[in-house]
Ligand binder design. Sequence first.
Ligand SMILES: Nc1ncnc2c1ncn2[C@@H]1O[C@H](COP(=O)(O)OP(=O)(O)OP(=O)(O)O)[C@@H](O)[C@H]1O
Length: 258
Amino acid sequence: MSVGRDAILEADGIGVRFGDFVALDGVSLAFRRGGITGIVGPNGAGKTTLFNVLGGQARAGTGAVRFDGADITALPAHGRARLGLTRTFQISRELGALTVLENLLLAFPRQPGEGVLPALFQKARVRRAEEEAIARARALLDRVGLWRLADAPADALSGGQKKLLELCRALMLEPRFLLLDEPAAGVNPVLVGEIGDFIRTLQGEGMGFGIVEHNMDLIAALCDPIYVLAEGRVLTHGSFREIAANTRVTEAYLGGVA
Ligand SMILES: Nc1ncnc2c1ncn2[C@@H]1O[C@H](COP(=O)(O)OP(=O)(O)OP(=O)(O)O)[C@@H](O)[C@H]1O
């Protein structure tokens, strides 16, 4: 399957080493504009490392990353977010102590400082930005049914609610393309379904996704194409039916890359 000119995000020959260990070895893949692309593979295959390179949290030793035709290989994460590319992060212990609403407000992009503005205008501008952030946060929390928990500490949420909060944090940046790191991990099956529905709704609004996930039900329900990573390389890619029928994929999951 070729994504070709439909690609919004592309990785080209990405190589990452940790000392002598090769975590990614010339990985090339493409994410379709407005599509939902899956990345699966056994533990240690390099999926999170690849997401870090795509999101700007880590630099590759070799290769290039392009977003919407622009070379973003050297662009830091906040620069990528400004272009419309962002990713989710697990709610850390520090963020868990903050309320649900505070988590979203912290994620709101800050305006670049304009030091020459008189203090009075600056204040008005900051207040407007705060009001905008609160309105955006409220609208998102309403959508996922978490507004009633706005003042609760994030740590008090269930695993699934935390995943929805992670998603909303990323949505505060109004991305065009979102990388989701294990959106179903630690989530009960009912909420996995709800998270999947929400992703589909966002896709219907024009957003594209890349999803790293071990939950094959969610991958099968949402993703096409799906890339299979094993030992730092792309083993194959295709529809869920195609990769499920590929014996090299089964073997990779059982421990030996064919
Ligand atoms: N900072 C690091 N230093 C050394 N080795 C690392 C580092 N980060 C990752 N690795 C190694 O690189 C390999 C790929 O790790 P990565 O987390 O990308 O895999 P993964 O496919 O996301 O695995 P999982 O499904 O278990 O999350 C692993 O062997 C891991 O131990």
